[in-house]
Design a binder for this molecule. Structure first.
Ligand code: 13P
Length: 298
């Protein structure tokens, strides 16, 4: 199954009444967890890597190239429709490199940029991406960051529906991430999302909408999100947490003396990283069922 454009993936999802997860990976084990979960569920999937938590220096020092090569290979060999995203780059240049390095969708973190700078940069990126057969996601509004600032982060603001329509018109962006009360990095409970607000945005914007902060997005709000074309759910924190729990348990249970070759990176039974991967894969499968994408690989 070739790499599929995220536009195709999300248009099919909206027409079919289900959502597609972007399950953020950070290395080969976590990436394999996502692809294997999608194949087990027979689900379309968005694989990829996030930049927000990763050293910008490392990304600039060919980190984007390494991640691009890894994910592109995985996407092209997957047996289910797969799009490949470079999420929330620190800079314009990282996103631009991402396009050249094999990602078929890129997104810059413009949450701290002013309106004019965002419009100019997103529009320029869209031109470059479309010429290369790739697509661009952008965010308008700003999510609270549960770790750095708490849920009531005063720098957060909801996406304004009229501004969103203007932003899409001026930039030509393909997908728009929205702030409707959703929260990044929250692992304790669910975010206080305003689904009426999402509906107002949907009335003004016809491109697919994206929900960041998938870890704390209330499961009960998923069907209404999908009905309003918010068909892409970004999930990060809960996956790392699951992976960590798997590793931690495996390390605690490892028989002494430890054979470091078997325990680290062997891809054998005793590999603690495999234990993390298995735990993450189970979580991804659970979320695919929640979003309704299981069994929808076409
Ligand atoms: P969570 O870590 O809160 O799931 O959010 C992930 C995200 O939005 C990545 O773009």
């Amino acid at each position: 199954m070739p790499l599929v454009s995220m536009t195709t993936l999300l248009e099919r999802a909206y027409a079919g009444g289900y959502g597609v997860g972007y399950f953020e990976a950070w290395d080969s084990y976590s990436l394999e967890a996502v692809v294997e979960a999608a194949e087990a569920e027979h689900s379309p999937v968005i694989i990829g890597f996030g930049c927000m938590m990763v050293s910008s220096t490392w990304l600039d020092n060919n980190g984007v190239g390494i991640l691009g090569a890894l994910g592109r290979q995985a996407a092209e060999r997957a047996t289910v429709p797969t799009a490949f995203l470079l999420n929330e780059t620190h800079t314009f240049e990282q996103a631009e490199h991402g396009i050249g390095d094999g990602f078929n969708t890129v997104m810059m973190d413009t949450s701290a940029w002013d309106w004019d700078r965002s419009i100019e940069a997103v529009k320029r990126l869209v031109t470059i991406a479309h010429a290369a057969g790739a697509t661009v996601e952008a965010e308008l509004g700003r999510l609270p960051d549960a770790v750095a600032d708490g849920i009531d982060d005063s720098t957060a603001f909801l996406t304004d529906p009229d501004q969103a329509a203007e932003f899409v018109r001026l930039t030509g962006v393909d997908f728009l991430a929205v702030s409707i009360g959703n929260v990044h990095l929250l692992t304790n409970g669910y975010a206080p999302v305003d689904m009426d607000h999402l509906e107002h945005i949907h009335q003004r914007v016809s491109i697919p909408l994206v929900i960041h902060g998938g870890t704390s997005f209330p499961p009960s709000a998923v069907p209404r999100a999908i009905a309003n074309n918010a068909v892409k759910f970004n999930v990060g924190t809960i996956l790392k947490k699951s992976f960590w729990e798997g590793i931690n348990e495996a390390i605690l249970n490892a028989p002494a003396p430890v054979n470091v070759h078997d325990t680290l990176g062997s891809h054998k039974e005793a590999d603690v990283l495999n234990a993390g991967k298995a735990r993450m894969k189970a979580k991804v499968q659970e979320l695919m069922r929640l979003y309704g994408s299981s069994g929808r690989a076409e």
